[in-house]
Design a protein around this ligand. Structure first.
Ligand code: AGP
Length: 611
């Protein structure tokens, strides 16, 4: 996600901006900029690239400003570029933003009709134009912000400078975090406390809908009746490292806790007023979808595991033949391809060399390509004919969690979209299935992360303290999720884990089951529960230590014991994501017990840019 910082006071502002933005680099970004107010004049300097590139640019125009805002951008709407970088100036208003303005298209059309000219592809510039429209009318920053808020939908944290408001920094938030701080030499704002720790430890988390005005000598808050009051400053003893993790022990854990929000972001602006899937905002025309007769999903690792789920969903819901290929194998034995083939490349980083090579192969033989990517503006995103971003935000931990989660969410939405286009399901059924993702899943994910659940994961993970071999088993979709569960356990706790179709184990591999072998059994499909449970008994009777992750109504014959995680979600998709949280958390707790480097496992890289 983007990083925001602001300052006004008696000291020079620019060095505070670059230092604070450097601390925010961990959030991931692809462009950076500052707005510096000096003698009432606001100068904006910004560029695609790193903070060092910005500092080079700033050397050409030294500044002694004591009032400034700064921003590191993690591109969402509009790829990384100089003109899409923040801050954005429209008229007398200069804005930095973290979040997604969901109604930016409608607002932009109205503002263009009013004569506003836009220079970027961003939703932020639209917000700046709306703020300026009101500022020009009422010439009062607080009123202008309040009026703009009434028209904005989506998530935002704003840092704002206005011409004519000398030495004043304004801030407001709705759905994205924003922190105010009080230093010895003035007042600050930032996306998170990390950026402000170098200057002060007195902070105030801005409340939803509260408008703040910072001047060199005071901070004022305006509630929704524009009643003025002062912040109640709190003191923190947080370290910068802890602040980057928002108080979580590891980035992986923090990112697991971000998954519910990530699913919401992945769906934002992609569900129409009838509750049906709609990818119009991704710039993909309806004719493109209608031509598709078969699909090849190509990816690596967890992205490939997400692809397996996606393939199952597309075939089940839209009856389009869909196969999944390991990217590093794809071009050495390319599948037979007919008319109407679509290649979908799934990639969190958008830079995985194997996946990029497969994409380039598909394009070289004239197959239309679609990227499902998290990192905006990356090579796969740019080279695919079309791209659907997952909007999970920057993923710092090497082991993907929210990246995988949003890949599945987007593929689920895509499967329902194909079903709508091909009318293989009624709109009512499609809406019902989509509500399972949009409405129930965020709550189901949150329910899997309660303190009680965390204690269960910690207790269950004890078995891995001194076990180096384990199995995941499941049938149907559970077998596909087992693959992801096994990979998580392997890559962060170094437990050698194999995922097996439950019914296949007895055809040989069951010989490896011995006393105490951990076997994690997934069962979320009631129609398969009886056979799945029989397979569990086959390993249990040979001494396996069985951990069940079962949907409540799959527990027919088995009484839940301390090694059973009961999933309470009602819809299939919410149940899937509940089980996903359980497999991610068991891997996490196993790695904690085994003292592994959870965010940076040995031998692994976040993005594998070699073939
Ligand atoms: C997942 O935890 C791994 N880090 C790895 O399997 C990853 O999913 C794979 O390398 C693909 O990466 P990508 O999604 O960035 O293309």
């Amino acid at each position: 996600m983007c990083g925001i910082i602001g300052y006004t006071g008696e000291s020079e502002a620019l060095s505070k901006m670059t230092k604070g933005l450097s601390v925010l680099e961990y959030r991931g970004y692809d462009s950076v900029g500052v707005a510096l107010q000096e003698d009432g004049e606001i100068k904006t300097v910004k560029c695609r690239g790193r903070i060092g590139d910005l500092e080079e640019k700033l050397k050409q125009s030294p500044s002694h400003a004591r009032c400034a805002i700064g921003h590191t951008r993690w591109a969402t709407h509009g790829g990384p570029s100089d003109r899409n970088a923040h801050p954005h100036r429209v008229g007398s208003t200069v804005l930095v933003h973290n979040g997604i303005i969901e109604n930016h298209k409608q607002l932009k059309e109205r503002l263009i009709d009013l004569g506003v000219e836009f220079s970027s592809e961003t939703d932020t510039e639209v917000a700046a134009a709306l703020l300026d429209l009101h500022y020009q009318t009422c010439n009062d920053p607080v009123k202008a912000i309040r009026r703009a808020m009434e028209e904005l939908t989506g998530s935002y944290a704003f840092g704002i400078l206005f011409d004519g408001a000398k030495g004043e920094v304004y801030a407001v938030r709705s759905g994205s975090p924003l922190i105010l701080a009080k230093g010895k030499d003035g007042y600050y704002l930032a996306s998170d406390m990390t950026a402000l720790l170098p200057f002060t430890n007195l902070y105030y988390p801005l409340k939803e809908g509260e408008i703040a005005r910072l001047t060199p000598t005071e901070a004022k808050l305006f509630d929704d009746e524009s009643k003025e009051h002062a912040p109640t400053w709190e003191q923190t003893d947080m370290t910068a490292e802890a602040a980057q993790k928002d108080g979580f022990a590891h980035f992986m854990l923090k990112e697991i806790f971000e998954e519910a929000k990530a699913v919401e972001n992945a769906l934002a602006s992609r569900v129409d007023e009838n509750g049906l899937p709609d990818f119009a905002q991704d710039g993909i025309d309806a004719a493109f979808w209608k031509r598709i007769r078969n699909i090849q999903i190509v990816a690596c690792g967890s992205a490939m595991h997400a692809g397996l789920i996606g393939a199952r969903l597309i075939e089940d819901y839209a009856a389009i033949p869909t196969s999944v290929y390991i990217a590093s194998e794809y071009r050495y034995h390319p599948p037979v391809t007919g008319e109407g083939t679509l290649v979908i490349v799934v990639s969190q980083s958008g830079e995985t060399a194997d996946s990029l090579a497969a994409l380039r192969y598909a394009k070289s033989v004239g197959i239309p390509t679609l990227g499902i990517v998290n990192a905006v503006g990356t090579t796969i995103a740019r080279e695919a004919d079309y791209c659907i971003y997952t909007y999970a935000g920057p993923e710092i931990a090497v082991a993907t969690t929210k990246g995988y989660c949003t890949q599945v969410a987007v593929l689920y939405l895509l499967a329902l979209h194909f079903a709508k286009i091909r009318q293989t399901m009624s709109p009512t059924r499609i809406k019902g299935l989509l509500d399972g993702l949009r409405v129930e899943t965020p709550y189901a994910i949150a329910e899997m992360l309660t303190q009680e659940r965390m204690q269960a994961y910690r207790r269950i993970a004890q078995v891995f303290q001194d076990r180096d071999h384990a199995f995941y088993i499941g049938r149907g979709r559970d077998y596909l999720l087992s693959m992801e569960g096994a990979l998580k356990l392997k890559e962060i706790s170094y437990v050698h884990t194999e995922a097996y179709a439950s019914g296949e184990l007895k055809h040989g591999t069951i010989s490896l089951i011995e006393d105490g072998t951990p076997v994690i059994a997934l069962c979320t499909e009631p129609s398969l529960a009886e056979k799945a449970e029989n397979n569990v008994h086959e390993v249990e009777s040979r001494g396996a230590h069985v951990i069940r992750i079962y949907r409540a109504d799959c527990l027919k014959k088995h009484e839940a014991d301390t090694d059973t995680i009961v999933l309470n979600a009602k819809s299939d998709i919410a149940c899937f994501f509940s089980a996903m949280i359980a497999v991610q958390m068991i891997a996490y707790e196993a790695a904690v017990r085994r003292g592994c480097d959870i965010d940076r496992p040995r031998n692994l890289a976040k993005s594998v840019t070699v073939e």
